[in-house]
Structure formats: structure tokens, C-alpha cells
Design a binder for this molecule. Structure first.
Ligand SMILES: Cc1ncc(COP(=O)(O)O)c(C=O)c1O
Length: 375
């Protein structure tokens, strides 16, 4: 009896919001799937990682930083922030480094979103952003994609209607890989309503054609851009992203961020990778080649590959989400890890990351079999 009373009275008290929220993982990792399956995947083409791997110079920098892992990383990521700023031709005070774009999105939402605040995104866009908004009690408004692209003008219109504090747009987009040119993004920036902040997620921008990113203007207070070392730099596991914005906005991260979130290894890796411009150029070329190959594989199997400005290709399986899901299951069963969009009508596609020839060969072998069993 005493034990029962203790159990009842010693219950920690979650916030009302946390009590209501489902415990979820926006992306179930390939590791969890491998544990469930009891065997590893032969090709890892589902998480939009850079399967080609990071720059050898980044690897060497991590190796030499390893013995210093007993030290905290510089809480200001001084050297890295200055190097990024120099590369972009902006002041260091306009750059904030954090634990990937994902981490920075969390801080940004924490700075802006109180329970009930309106936030606008595209229906089926990057779900980690939504997860953060839900975590602070924000009210998400979703705008449909138009022709498989996010719709900047519709996002603005919904922001005006709802009095949104944040608009989220990824350019290029995940999961479809489509993109808008700089002009239409510049037009969107000009149309952001008063009191609203546009989050322009440029995680994939290095892979996009020239003319995709509008010029950076850190005097504009109502836009923040986010980039990452996870994609073109191949350092997803090191968790390094950065935000570019007005200095007042950037310094606000110092109110809430985890100051020791950036390890020494992460900072060293990003710094070395940034300096290795030849490797980045080579990576971009390899990704472009793999994208073409993926489009060919899709075509050989009667699927339409969507044009992509990223390191992945969305392939339209030509029917509904249930059909694409069964193609996906067929690929997983054949040890090829891929993913698919979560929401209709985008979920008629599967999404395949670029990778080395051996991995694409495995995908090319598995796809016709997976299609056959799905049909
Ligand atoms: C649009 C978009 N934003 C952000 C991220 C995550 O970036 P990071 O690894 O820097 O957190 C991804 C990863 O897939 C993405 O697709």
C-alpha cells in the first residue's frame, strides 16, 4: 500500500503540451530497420546522405582532433563561423553554427513559437520542422505542393491569412528534389508579411543549378537561411549546420542554444571540408552523374524520374501511395534502403539517394523485381 501511494505521488509532472504530444521519430533510421530485419542493408540510399563520403582532408582533421576529444569544443565555433562568413562574403556576426539544420530549426522555433502561434509550411515537406513546431505548441498550416514543387505564393497567402510568425520553405525541396529559381525566391522574400520570418532551408543548395539561390542579404531581417555540412560535404554524422541572417536574429540564438553542442571533431571536420573546394566540386560532379544514372534506371523500368536539384531522385511509380509503398517494401526486402514521401500526392513516388555505381547497380537489379512483385 505504501509503495502504491509513493508511486502515485512521486510521478513527475510533464507539461500539458508534452502530455498531449505523441512520442515519435520523424525518420525511423536504417539502423532501426536493420535491427528489426535482423540483417544489414546492402545499399544505403534512403537518407540523402552523401554515400560517396567526406573529403579525405575532413577525415584527417577528425583523426587529429580525436586525441583532443577530452576538451569541449569552442562554444562559439569561432574559426568555423569566420571561415563560413569569409566564404560567403558576409560578417561573422551573421552566421550561427549549430547541430545541423535540425538543431538550428529547433532553436529558431523555440525563439518564435508559443502555444497557438501560426506557422506555415508545405503539406508533406520536411517533417523535422513540423516536429519542432509541435514541440512548442505551434499551429501548423500546410499548403499543397503545386506540380510537385512547393508553392511560394500560396505559402505567403496562407501566412497572411493566418498571421503566421514563421514560413518554412526548402529550396531545393525534400522529398521531391524540385526547386525554384532565385527570382521566384527573391519575389517571395519581398512578399513576406510584416511580423513573419521566412526560413529558407538550403540544405541541398550546393547541388542545385547556378541561379537557384538568391544573393545573400543579411540586412533583411525577415529571412533566415540554413545550410549544412550533412549533404554536399558528406558529414551528416558530425551534425554541423549554419544559419545566415540579420545579426540581431543570429545573436538571439545565444539565448537558447546548447553552447557545447558542437564537438571539436565536428568543428575541425567542417573547417577542413570547407577548405577542400576541389573535393566539393568533384562531389557535385559525381552526384550529377549518379542522378543521371538514377533517371536512366527509372526510365528503363517505365518510371518517371522527377528533375532533381539535390542528391536524390524522386521516381513517380505511376499509381497511388499504396503502390509506391509496396515497391518500397520490395526494395527493402531486397536489402536496398530507400524512402518515400509521406503525403499524397507526393507519396506516389519513391525517393532514392545518389551513390557509387555499386550501390546503384544493386538498386537497378532490385527495382524491376520489386515492381514485378508490387504489380
Ligand atoms: C530539407 C532538409 N533540411 C534539413 C535536413 C537536415 O539537415 P542537418 O543534417 O543539417 O540537420 C535535411 C536532411 O535530410 C533536409 O532534407
Amino acid at each position: 500500500m505504501l509503495r502504491l501511494i509513493g508511486a502515485m505521488t512521486r510521478r513527475p509532472r510533464f507539461t500539458d503540451l508534452a502530455t498531449r504530444l505523441p512520442a515519435s521519430v520523424p525518420f525511423v533510421g536504417p539502423e532501426a530497420q536493420e535491427r528489426r530485419r535482423g540483417r544489414p542493408f546492402a545499399a544505403r540510399l534512403g537518407a540523402n546522405e552523401l554515400v560517396f563520403g567526406p573529403s579525405p582532408r575532413a577525415i584527417a582533421a577528425m583523426e587529429s582532433a580525436a586525441a583532443e576529444a577530452w576538451k569541449y569544443g569552442d562554444p562559439e565555433s569561432h574559426e568555423l563561423r569566420h571561415a563560413i562568413a569569409a566564404r560567403l562574403g558576409v560578417a561573422p556576426g551573421t552566421i550561427m553554427v549549430g547541430e545541423g539544420i535540425d538543431g538550428l530549426l529547433g532553436y529558431l522555433v523555440r525563439l518564435f513559437v508559443a502555444p497557438g502561434d501560426a506557422v506555415v509550411t508545405s503539406h508533406g515537406a520536411y517533417p523535422t520542422f513540423n516536429y519542432h513546431v509541435a514541440g512548442y505548441g505551434g499551429h501548423l498550416h500546410g499548403v499543397p505542393y503545386r506540380d510537385d514543387r512547393e508553392d511560394p505564393q500560396a505559402l505567403l497567402e496562407r501566412a497572411r491569412e493566418t498571421g503566421a510568425k514563421l514560413i518554412y520553405l526548402a529550396n531545393p525541396d525534400n522529398p521531391m528534389g524540385t526547386w525554384h529559381g532565385a527570382e521566384s525566391i527573391a519575389e517571395m522574400i519581398a512578399g513576406v508579411p510584416d511580423g513573419c520570418l521566412l526560413i529558407l532551408d538550403e540544405a541541398y543548395v550546393e547541388f542545385a543549378p547556378a541561379g537557384t539561390a538568391p544573393p545573400i542579404d543579411t540586412d533583411t531581417p525577415h529571412v533566415i537561411r540554413m545550410r549544412t555540412f550533412s549533404k554536399a560535404h558528406g558529414l551528416a554524422g558530425m551534425r554541423v549546420g549554419y544559419a545566415i541572417g540579420h545579426p540581431e536574429l543570429i545573436s538571439a540564438f545565444n539565448k537558447v542554444r546548447n553552447h557545447f553542442g558542437m564537438s571539436r571533431l565536428s568543428q575541425a571536420a567542417a573547417l577542413a571540408s570547407l577548405a577542400d573546394t576541389a573535393h566539393l566540386a568533384e562531389t557535385i560532379a559525381r552526384v550529377a552523374g549518379a542522378r543521371d544514372r538514377l533517371a536512366e534506371i527509372a526510365a528503363e523500368n517505365g518510371l518517371a524520374a522527377l528533375p532533381s536539384a539535390t542528391n536524390f531522385v524522386a521516381m513517380d511509380c505511376g499509381r497511388d501511395g499504396a503502390f509506391a509503398a509496396s515497391v518500397l517494401d520490395g526494395l527493402l526486402a531486397r536489402d536496398v534502403f530507400v524512402r518515400m514521401p509521406f503525403v499524397a500526392p507526393q507519396d506516389r513516388c519513391i525517393r532514392v539517394s545518389c551513390g557509387p555505381d555499386a550501390d546503384l547497380d544493386r538498386f537497378a537489379t532490385a527495382l524491376p523485381e520489386a515492381l514485378k512483385s508490387a504489380r
